[in-house]
Design a binder for this molecule. Structure first.
Ligand code: ADP
Ligand code: MG
Length: 718
């Protein structure tokens, strides 16, 4: 591994910013692929510009640029002309720019155009001298990276260039015959052309190899693990336990047929004598959590520990509370019933001295929470409970797999809403020598045919129906001019005692997106929260949440919302996954066109969880027909599988750089729908490879083996 600071131009501070993106080495950097590309197509004649467009224009400055000040801001304004028209250019808080904008100069400009009072303005354009533009930019595709505070696109680009200079693509790890048979480019070509394609063709070829690798490694790792684990006999055989019946009887609802079926399958696996490795797939709101809880209780009643890993601390805490509230009454009634001799007397606790005869006390099932944001003392107490088996059910985030944590006897791991945990942590546990059952809960709608290919190492349960009696969410796709009415609507719901989410794509106004002046820039939670505080009466309590907040702060804000201490939560998509606040009845999504349909579907799943009619208001700020058509799919369907398919159909096979389906899967680039053909090819290659070299020990596979070991360790390619 090459340290980031070893690269030219990267100091400690920049390295720190990269760390926030999960990039720690030059190797990581090379795999930090652009989120999109900017194509420097030919300059657009001024009369053809349209609002919202990002374009290059070429023109002559009509007079020297002017500098104005107001409200503590400076604005430089300039006017250019070509043979077809005139255009205003504006820069905020960049007074120094004026000196390079003398009358009569011929320059290229590139930026986003918006409309103000019927006139077009290009906002904060970049400026290019014609020879530089023509040599370095014209016709090229420039990478656009996801950024964080302290990192500009230019910095990332330079850093990637340096990393590539040093490492090239690294050593080739795919065997020659696999490259040949699948028509894949070399690792070096892949690395360079993912970042700096000279044309779309090159990019498509580079991307194809990335996609292939993502599928290939995931399936190879899966096959490898199942080879090494699944067929082994289990040391955690869980027999059906009578106490389960009373637990189910005390649930506040009756399980749906689909939930029952999924649990029966799980129960069967856990009793079978083999190690369970099962994927439970169910649309948002289908009620996966209770199925996971039943599985964990099953393990606990058989004397083993069970752990559930959630993708965020907020979700972990939510599960912790749900589980505790379900266990509370039952634990009490169980123990008293048995004391009085009225119980079944069959509690399946297996350890000596704990076997229940009628009349003795049933051991209560105990839980513990472990998240990264807890204090050192709290964590220590949790470790101790885990080690000593004072906790039967352990709820946490990825912290559950730190080295320090010693389980007494872990019989089951559930990972919720996140596949990413799967591989790496499973491997870590196998390494520790214990073979727990694993259960993965997923809301990503993968058709069964594809799931079987991709997850051939797992058994599959599908929860294909929602609990009865839910009132379907009412949807509306509206334009920005409807915004005020939407706020009024939210206010009316709040007066009825309900709560609302407002989702914005961005955290704060960004220079790159045109700053606060540009009405076509995406909404951001920071400014939006301020705005709502002004619009709504004082008594309406408004909270704000985004991914760059500290763990404990996020948990507190979510907790406040759950406890109805805030009425409106303005948030980025961090609430997308799994949050359950049944009292919330409205979700308003700003710039809805910027989200993937699967993502929007997940967001919508945050409401409609209680007894009230719920609403999803999607604000479409784009005027393209395509955006309207995509959002219309959501407007008319509540079925995750259908939505994903329709989305793909609309995007068409060539449209590979559109919004991706879902971030939940292990893949950064590959899209299970769009790239289903590559998935099948990768599957063939995995099978051939393992048939030829089952232990992956042949000298020609040495590099691949190294990569596999790293993949098993980290659970992903970088
Ligand atoms: P998801 O599948 O999205 O994880 P959850 O497990 O969070 O869904 O369940 C969504 C909501 O439905 C929760 O409030 C849960 O208590 C409730 N729920 C789950 N199963 C049932 C059921 N069989 N009948 C009624 N409500 C249920
Ligand atoms: Mg869930």
């Amino acid at each position: 591994m090459t340290e980031l600071t070893a690269l030219k131009g990267i100091g400690e501070k920049t390295a720190g910013a990269f760390h926030r993106l999960g990039i720690y080495s030059a190797e990581d950097l090379i795999r930090y692929y652009p989120r999109d590309y900017e194509i420097f197509a030919d300059p657009v004649p001024l009369y053809r510009l349209v609002p919202g467009q990002t374009a290059t224009v070429e023109g002559v400055l009509q007079k020297a640029a002017t500098l104005n000040r107001f409200n503590g801001m400076t604005i430089v304004n300039a006017y250019i002309a070509d043979m077809t028209g005139r255009l205003q250019l504006s820069w905020y808080n960049a007074p120094f720019i004026r000196s390079s904008l003398g009358a009569g100069r011929h320059l290229y400009f590139r930026g986003r155009v918006y409309e103000k009072n019927g006139r077009l303005i290009m906002n904060q354009p970049r400026i290019f001298e014609p020879p530089v533009y023509e040599e370095k930019y014209a016709g090229r595709m420039m990478p656009l990276y996801s950024l964080t505070k302290g990192l500009s696109n230019g910095t990332v680009m330079k850093a990637v260039e340096e990393a590539l200079k040093r490492l090239g693509g690294g050593r080739e790890y795919l065997p020659e015959d696999i490259l040949q048979r699948n028509g894949l480019v070399s690792v070096a070509d892949m690395a360079i052309r993912m970042h700096f394609p000279r044309n779309e063709e090159e990019l498509i070829r580079a991307r194809r190899r990335v996609v292939f690798e993502e599928f290939f490694m995931a399936m190879l790792a899966g096959a490898w693990l199942s080879e090494n684990a699944r067929k082994q006999s289990s040391t955690h055989v869980c027999r059906p336990n009578v106490r389960m019946i009373s637990f189910m009887a005390e649930l506040p609802f009756t399980l749906t047929a689909a939930q029952n079926k999924a649990y029966r399958e799980i129960q069967g696996d856990m009793a079978s004598g083999r190690v369970m490795n099962r994927l439970v797939e169910g649309d948002v709101g289908s009620g996966k959590t209770i199925v996971a809880i039943l599985a964990m209780l099953n393990a606990a009643l058989n004397g083993y520990q069970a752990a559930i890993m959630a993708p965020t601390a907020v979700l972990a805490r939510q599960h912790y509370e749900t589980i505790n509230s379900l266990l509370k009454g039952w634990n009490e009634s169980e123990s008293s019933a048995l004391i009085s001799g009225g119980g079944f007397g069959l509690a399946g606790v297996k350890k000596p001295g704990e076997v229940n005869a009628a009349g003795s006390t049933a051991k209560p099932v105990r839980t513990v929470l472990l998240t990264g944001s807890m204090s050192a003392a709290e964590k220590k107490a949790a470790y101790e409970k885990i080690r000593s088996h004072e906790a039967d059910i352990i709820i946490g985030t990825h912290t559950l797999f730190q080295e320090k944590i010693e389980y007494d006897d872990l019989g089951l791991i559930v990972t919720d809403e996140q596949h990413r945990f799967g591989v790496g942590q499973r491997e870590a546990l196998y390494q520790k020598g214990s073979l727990p059952h694993t259960l993965i809960m997923s809301a990503t709608p993968i058709p069964r045919t594809l799931a079987i290919i991709l997850y051939s190492d797992m058994d599959l349960s599908v929860i294909d129906a929602r609990p009865e009696g839910r009132i379907p969410v009412k949807n509306a796709v509206v334009g920005p001019d409807y915004r005020k009415r939407a706020w009024k609507f939210i206010y009316d719901e709040i007066k009825k005692g309900r709560q609302a989410y407002v989702i914005c794509p961005a955290i704060e106004a960004s220079e790159e997106e045109g700053g606060t002046e540009d009405p076509s820039a995406p909404e951001n939670v920071t400014d939006y929260t301020e705005q709502l505080k002004k619009v709504f009466p004082k008594e309406v309590r408004i909270g704000m949440l985004h991914g760059q907040m500290k763990g404990a702060e996020k948990e507190k804000i979510m907790e406040d919302f759950k406890n109805r201490e805030t009425d409106i939560l303005v948030s980025t998509t961090v609430v997308e996954v799994g949050v359950d606040v049944p009292n919330a009845t409205v979700i308003m999504v700003e710039n809805a066109e910027r989200f993937g349909l699967a993502e929007l579907h997940q967001l919508r799943g945050r409401v409609g969880r209680g007894e009230w009619q719920s609403y999803c208001i999607m604000v479409n700020t784009s005027d393209t027909e395509k955006a309207a058509e995509r959002l219309d799919i959501l407007n008319h369907s509540n079925d995750g599988f259908r939505i994903a398919e329709e989305d793909l159909r609309l995007r068409g096979p060539g449209d590979i750089f559109g919004v991706r389906q879902s971030g939940e899967l292990n893949f950064r680039i590959a899209d299970i729908y769009q790239d289903a053909d590559v998935m099948k090819m990768a599957k063939d290659s995995v099978e051939r490879l393992l048939a030829e070299d089952p232990q992956i020990t042949s000298p020609g596979h040495a590099e691949l083996r190294k990569l596999l070991d790293r993949y098993l360790d980290k659970g992903q390619l970088i």
